[in-house]
Design a protein around this ligand. Structure first.
Ligand SMILES: Cc1cc2nc3c(=O)[nH]c(=O)nc-3n(C[C@H](O)[C@H](O)[C@H](O)COP(=O)(O)OP(=O)(O)OC[C@H]3O[C@@H](n4cnc5c(N)ncnc54)[C@H](O)[C@@H]3O)c2cc1C
Ligand SMILES: C=Cc1c2[nH]c(c1C)Cc1[nH]c(c(CCC(=O)O)c1C)Cc1[nH]c(c(C)c1CCC(=O)O)Cc1[nH]c(c(C)c1C=C)C2
Length: 477
């Protein structure tokens, strides 16, 4: 029997689910329900009339691995090849990343040369920790915080500085709370299968999905790209996706369609929207943030809602700044700030280094993005509803001047408060996922969970989760 499938949420997870459902002959209708006036979710680019582009959410996507290839295959399918802005491996933005420690910028060690020398802020060569790591016994816990795992295997200095910063630069989160098993599965699997991160990386830990590369994905691998964006900004990706889906006969795309409640109806769902309209579907793929899904599920699904609510999120303040001229004392991707240095200031991205094409046309400018808050938002700024944009702007411009040793003011700025934008996979996240999926299966709920709340927060992971959800329902196409 052909099914009517409702996809909740029009972020990239929802768009991906719709796309793969639309390829199946077993689906008669796909209804995408998006609360806001556009699709794309956190993918949001500001395009100024003078040609400048500023990213409020993701700015670069990694091409590596099966999930990276899958995204590039989609870029090809949507006809966006000529729009791609690649950053190759030998680009300065790929080679240089910095840490701001004890009031100074330090280039993160990279390559074999960087591993054998003592490079501040570290007190000994990284190779020493790496060689010792091979001899450390395998842990016995089912899960561990990222910080505890790295302290145990590589020492507390790397955990306190490098890993603490990495968790802030990916999850805007606290490495002491985040789960290694869920946030960095390759590290966890390497220890499980080979007894060591180093051996796991050298020998491989097995498995992983297979994705046949498109010509674009082959080019990315041949030219060793480390990340890519699009000429009109990353938002051009969901825009092209939405345009393509709109042309499909079986796809109905609804903006301003906030899902208010889900109730079981026969073997399927009755979905009520905020504006009073209701519709029926045989199956629901939810790409809503977990706590939002919890708030629309029926009271009978309370055990599931409880688990969904326990997946926390953090709020990030994103401040885009534009300066006249080239003002940076160093060039590279940007710098991260460990929580011991300044908990509320996560890092600064030097956007005009990887993507100078996004500078305004004519004239030399520097574009930076300051990211603040995350797991430290409330302790730094108080409640997100009571902080002013001016406070955030002042904090960001002050940090830029002090970290980069400058004394200048931006000629343009934009402050965005992204409330609850990044899910946090805290200790035991894998167990919560197992319980939720078991509940859905035991109760025969026609419901699939996809999107950033569950199996990876990166653009690539989320797109792949939408595909997996669709194919799990319809079979591979
Ligand atoms: C500041 C920032 C920087 C990032 N940088 C990177 C990066 O450099 N690289 C990278 O790979 N990833 C990055 N990410 C992560 C990535 O962008 C996100 O994880 C991803 O976009 C999430 O997609 P999603 O579809 O799961 O969710 P969302 O984008 O949250 O989409 C969910 C959609 O559901 C809608 N919705 C919510 N409630 C309802 C409702 N009741 N009814 C109907 N619709 C509803 C929302 O309006 C939204 O459009 C970044 C994220 C942020 C916030
Ligand atoms: C300072 C805060 C943040 C910066 N970017 C993000 C935050 C919260 C969000 C983010 N960044 C990346 C991802 C995707 C991860 C993936 O698996 O693809 C997300 C959700 C990419 C990324 N950024 C940095 C690293 C080390 C990574 C991981 C992948 C990679 O190695 O490229 C570092 C980094 N992020 C930010 C800065 C200032 C910075 C380092 C200099 C901003």
């Amino acid at each position: 029997m052909q099914k009517v499938v409702a996809v909740l949420g029009g972020g990239i997870g929802g768009l991906s689910a719709c796309h793969h459902l639309s390829k199946s002959p077993n689906v008669s209708k796909i209804v995408l329900l998006e609360r806001s006036g556009r699709c794309g979710g956190w993918l949001s680019s500001i395009r100024r009339d003078d040609g400048a582009v500023f990213e409020q959410g993701p700015r670069g996507v990694r091409p590596a691995g099966a999930v990276g290839r899958n995204t590039l295959n989609m870029v090809s399918e949507l006809g966006l090849e000529s729009e791609v802005l690649p950053v190759p491996k030998d680009h300065v933005a790929s080679k240089n990343r910095f840490l701001y420690v004890k009031g100074q910028l330090h280039k993160m060690p990279s390559g074999p040369g960087g591993a054998v020398r003592t490079i501040p802020p570290f007190s000994r060569p990284i190779i020493q920790s790496v060689l010792k790591e091979i001899l450390i016994r395998k842990g016995t816990e089912e899960d561990e915080s990222v910080h505890a795992f790295v302290s145990r295997r590589l020492g507390s200095e790397l955990a306190d500085i490098a890993i603490d910063s990495l968790c802030r630069g990916v999850f805007a989160g606290d490495s002491r709370q985040l789960s290694v098993r869920s946030c960095f599965p390759p590290l966890y699997k390497a220890e499980q299968s080979r007894g060591s991160i180093v051996l796991g990386m050298l020998m491989g830990s097995g498995g992983g999905p297979k994705v046949v590369p498109s010509d674009l994905a082959k080019r990315a691998s041949k030219e060793s790209w480390t990340q890519w964006s699009l000429k009109r900004g990353i938002q051009a990706f969901p825009e092209a996706w939405e345009d393509t889906l709109k042309r499909q006969e079986r796809v109905e795309l609804h903006h301003h369609a906030k899902v208010k409640s889900l109730n079981m109806n026969g073997g399927g769902w009755e979905i009520k929207l905020d504006d009073g309209i209701s519709l029926k579907a045989d199956h629901v793929i939810s790409t809503l943030p977990a706590s939002e899904l919890a708030s629309v599920l029926p009271p009978a699904a309370q055990p599931l809602s409880e688990q969904l609510r326990s997946i926390a999120t953090v709020t990030v303040a994103v401040v885009n700044l534009e300066y006249e001229g080239f003002i940076l004392p160093v060039t590279g991707f940007g710098h991260l700030v460990p929580s011991s240095e300044d908990p509320g200031l996560l890092g600064v991205v030097y956007d005009s280094v990887p993507f100078p094409q996004h500078n305004r046309s004519g004239g030399l400018t520097t574009r930076l993005t300051v990211m603040m808050g995350g797991a430290w938002f409330e302790q730094t700024f108080g409640h997100p509803d009571s902080v002013t944009k001016q406070t955030l702007l002042d904090r960001a411009t002050k940090a830029v001047n002090s970290h980069l040793g400058l004394n200048c003011q931006p000629v343009w700025s934009c402050v965005a408060l992204l409330k609850n934008c990044i899910p946090q996979y805290h200790l035991g996240h894998w167990k919560r996922l197992e319980k939720m999926r078991q509940y859905i299966s035991n109760h025969n709920l026609p419901l699939t969970l996809a999107g950033a709340s569950y199996d990876g927060v990166s653009v690539n992971d989320v797109i792949f989760s939408g595909r997996t959800a669709a194919e799990g329902l319809t079979g591979k196409t």
